[in-house]
Design a protein around this ligand. Sequence first.
Ligand code: ARG
Length: 451
Amino acid sequence: DETVIRRDRFSGGPAREFLSSLAGDSRIFDADLAVDRAHVVMLAEQGIIGDDVAGEILTVLDDVETAGHSDLPDGEDVHEAIESAVIDRVGPDGGKMHTARSRNDEVAACIRYRLREDLLDAIEATLALRESLLETAAEHTETVMPGYTHLQPAQPITVGHYLSSYAAAVGRDTARLLDAYDRTNESPLGGAAFAGTPFDIDRERTAELLGFDRVVENSMDAASARDFLAESTAALAIHATTLSGLAEDIVVFANKGYIELSDDYSSTSSIMPQKKNPDTLELTRAVAGDATGELTGLLTTLKGLPRAYNRDLQRAHPHTFRTVDAVVEASSIAAGAVATADWNAELLADEAGAGFATATGIADLLAMAGLPFRTAHEVVALAAEKAENAADSGDSDDGVTAAVLDAAAEEVLGESLFEYVDESAVESALDPAASVASRDSVGGPAPGAVE
Ligand code: ARG
């Protein structure tokens, strides 16, 4: 009988397991049932198979669904195994299900159908993360903190400004995932093996039944295209890279005592009782490596594949599925860690002016009073040097004060600083909170701009 003939075509030799994707195909079990149903409905509507046979197949597909993936007969893949299960229950007429299609368009439809769902999960995860970043940012528009370049204290900002910067990046990650979703959401079904079919099929109808926006028109493209996988995986890897930067910052901030993670997002040491480690963020940081590895594996698999279908493709989509699982998890962990962490406002305020981080603000103040910015920069740089020398020689630990700046101005300009600016304005510019408040340009850290 047909069942026996088909099963015999699947190698019984030592390569049998190597050839089979059945175990991993559990991910697309539901998708394959949906694709089968849509295809059978369309075949019946087009008069290609009888309504009675179609009805029997559809009934039996429900039984196969109830029995589940683990109950499928052995097969080269889920498509073949479900077909075998249908034929086992319906008899040879069950074989009409595979009229006017190939596993090549079938598997491509299944991957796209399933990936849509996964991409929606990823999109939701990015939205939840953005919400957590923005909600926390809103609580901290006035919480002054040091901002860094090269990991050196650079200019004071606020926690709200810092977190909003990641909210913006995550917003672009969402947009990239939505783009990938749009091109994933196209139906390759009906392309058959790659070269179309003589049957009078209705590709628009199966696309509609499966909720795809449109068909992948060229039948060879339909069977071969996997750029939607590359695009989705790249969007996920980029999001993982965004997460890794955020995670790294939080690890550093936790180290400095700027932030205290909730116990739920920390681990202890098995030997050192005092330890509270930011392990969740370290694992999040590492997921970017996994995602990049999967993307590289995928692109390398796709590179140079000849048209049309090649079995290499069986090893392509698992890269994307592994990536989406890891990245969605990391994204929600990051969201939880951010939402539950405590920021140490007092310490942050103390540290915000450290390393003369208000220097740029002083230079800006002098430039606003009419000095060329380069000259102002020179005055402030000399003041920084003087303060450092005073500290080194044990003369003064006060850092850069209005008096030190004035002495520097006398040297560089030959006149007092206070010819240009009021002493009170200088004092204010040396204050981190006032420095932040002054930078109210579009997108700047001033509370109003962040709000
Ligand atoms: N399991 C295969 C895959 O995932 C299905 C397509 C097999 N087609 C073929 N011509 N061998 O790609």
